[in-house]
Every structure is written in structure tokens, then in C-alpha cells.
Design a binder for this molecule. Structure first.
Ligand code: SF4
Length: 316
């Protein structure tokens, strides 16, 4: 990773996948038709207060539609089927197996990314994920958002931090790569608290005594990746009613400063899956600039260069 440390940049998942697979890999955002236990009353009702009606997958659809949408831009790419909307391990095992297999059988699909809640990983689900992990490239994305219990209650996450820790331990012991999703700018959180969340999820897992292996796959020392973005206030979320005037960051510059500070403390081997939100413009209320993904990313690259810093420079 010394190459990264001298080039004032970060370990972007796109570049990682291109190097690993030898070609451009495009993520297809899939709505697998699942629901969420934080909406149907099993864990809670109403969902996390920031979540849109589409279960945080407003751009997701089915695989053929996604391929049609993206193949003109990247005609020679292969695909990763990203089960994004709602909770993608929340269904009977037979249904999960069928949906994951169908996605993997689609021409050009070379791997799976499965977004879920850490409290939806039963032994049977873990066994199924382990089975797929042995036959394809796979990661599991856990929506944590914050390590702080007070904020977790406020956003109606409906599970405590220890459930996330147990999920990371169980997945890691099976050699299944974990991507952790955090949100910056949740109500009441200071920037120090946000960076504390980053530090915590990026810690050395071996210090927690997490060990094990799955058919000789080594237990990873850290999570595989991290997904970060600013809180978007979107139409149809509970936040629209609870905090109608809420703006998580007053300016792009303020957000970029925090994103750079976060990158500096993320160890360089952890892949960066996102640094900006992806709420579509028609549903986005605030920050009104957050749809400008290219501007935000360019700003982060420029800030890293201007400040002569890089991902992992201050990591422990
Ligand atoms: S953010 Fe995820 S866990 Fe929360 S309500 Fe939406 S789909 Fe469910």
C-alpha cells in the first residue's frame, strides 16, 4: 500500500476490483423484493428515521434493467450483483438461495454484495453466505451508521452495538468479507463522535480475539471495506416529519474536511466503497448539493493533494 501512501489518495473499491478481476467491474443495484424487520414490526416499526420508502435503495431495480442502464457506458465490464434495498438476508433460506443463485447465473455477473442488518444473520444464513463465499467473490454490507447507542436509539435502529460486533465476529470467523456502512451528520453527533465510529469499526479484529477459518480461508484482520456518506434528508423518510429543516452539513467544504479526516484514520488496506450519498434529486431535500457526487469526490481528491495526506496516514 506504499504506492497509495505517496499518491495522496485512497483505496477505492473500483480500482481494487479492477486490479483483482483484471477488468472494470460495475455494481448493479438490485431490489431483491425483500422487506425489513425494522418496518414489519419484528424488530421495530417505521424503519430507521432517515430511510426512504425504497429501503435505502432508491436507484435499485432488477438485473436486466440495471444492465440495460449501464452497458452502454461500460460495454466490456463485468458485474457485481449488489442486493441493496431493505434487508437482503431477511427471508427463508430457500428464497435467499434462489435469489442469490439467479443473480450469479446472470451473464456477466462475477460476484455478490449483500446489504443487511447485523441482527439478520442466523446460523443458517451464515452457512448459506459461507457456501456462496466459497464459490464466488462476495462481501456482506452491514448498516451500522454509528457506534453511539444514544444516536442509535434516536434514529430507531433497533439493535445495540454488540449485535454488530457479534455479526462481524461471526462473518470474519467464516472468512466472509465485511463492509461497514456509517453515516456522518446524524442528529446530535459531534464530528469527534463520527470519527470515533470510524476508528472503532476499522480496529484490528484480532485484538478482539476473533479467530477461525472456513475451509482454509483466513480470518481477516480488519473489515474489508467501509462506506461513508453524509446524512441525506429525503422525502418519504420519518426525518422529513421529525426534522423538516435538518441539514447535516452546511457546505461541501465542511463535509470534505470531515471525509479527509476520516480517510486519514482508516488503515490503507480497507477499501472505500463510497464517500457521498446517492439519493436521487427528486427525493433529496438536504443538503441540496449532496447529489453532486463528482464535485464531492473531486473536492476530496484535491484536499488530499493540497494537504499532502492520504488514507491511513494517521491510522493505528
Ligand atoms: S436503513 Fe436498513 S435497517 Fe433501517 S429501515 Fe431502512 S432498510 Fe431497514
Amino acid at each position: 500500500m506504499s504506492e497509495i501512501s505517496t499518491s495522496y489518495t485512497f483505496n477505492a473499491i473500483g480500482a481494487y476490483l479492477k486490479e483483482k478481476m483484471g477488468r472494470k467491474i460495475v455494481k448493479l443495484s438490485i431490489d431483491g423484493g425483500f422487506t425489513c424487520p425494522n418496518r414489519d414490526g419484528t424488530k421495530g416499526t417505521g424503519g430507521c428515521i432517515f430511510c426512504s420508502a425504497a429501503g435505502s435503495g432508491d436507484l435499485a431495480s432488477d438485473i436486466p434493467s440495471q444492465v440495460r442502464l449501464l452497458s452502454d457506458k461500460w460495454p466490456h465490464a463485468s458485474y457485481l450483483a449488489y442486493f441493496q434495498s431493505h434487508t437482503n438476508t431477511y427471508a427463508p433460506i430457500s428464497e435467499l438461495r434462489c435469489k442469490y443463485s439467479q443473480a450469479l447465473d446472470y451473464p456477466g455477473v462475477v460476484g455478490l454484495a449483500i446489504a443487511t442488518r447485523p441482527d439478520c444473520l442466523s446460523e443458517e444464513v451464515l452457512d448459506l453466505l459461507s457456501e456462496f463465499n466459497q464459490k464466488t467473490f462476495l462481501w456482506v454490507e452491514l448498516g451500522l451508521q454509528t457506534i453511539h447507542e444514544e444516536t442509535a436509539k434516536l434514529i430507531n435502529r433497533c439493535y445495540p452495538l454488540k449485535v454488530y460486533d457479534q455479526a462481524v465476529a461471526a462473518l470474519s470467523a467464516r472468512g466472509i468479507p465485511v463492509v461497514t456502512h456509517l453515516i456522518f451528520g446524524l442528529p446530535g453527533e459531534s464530528q469527534q463522535q463520527m470519527l470515533d465510529s470510524v476508528r472503532y469499526v476499522c480496529r484490528d479484529l484480532s485484538l478482539d480475539g476473533i479467530s477461525g477459518s472456513d475451509n482454509s480461508r483466513r480470518c481477516p484482520q480488519r473489515i474489508f471495506g467501509i462506506k461513508l456518506h453524509m446524512l441525506n434528508l429525503v422525502r418519504g423518510s420519518q426525518m422529513e416529519t421529525l426534522y423538516p429543516d435538518y441539514v447535516s452539513f452546511q457546505s461541501i467544504e465542511e463535509y470534505i474536511d470531515l471525509a479527509v479526516a476520516a480517510l486519514e484514520i482508516i488503515p490503507s488496506e480497507i477499501t472505500i466503497h463510497r464517500l457521498s450519498g446517492d439519493a436521487p434529486r427528486p427525493t433529496l431535500i438536504a443538503p441540496e448539493w449532496s447529489y453532486k457526487k463528482r464535485t464531492i469526490l473531486n473536492g476530496i481528491h484535491k484536499a488530499l493533494k493540497d494537504r499532502k495526506t492520504w488514507q491511513g496516514r494517521l491510522a493505528k
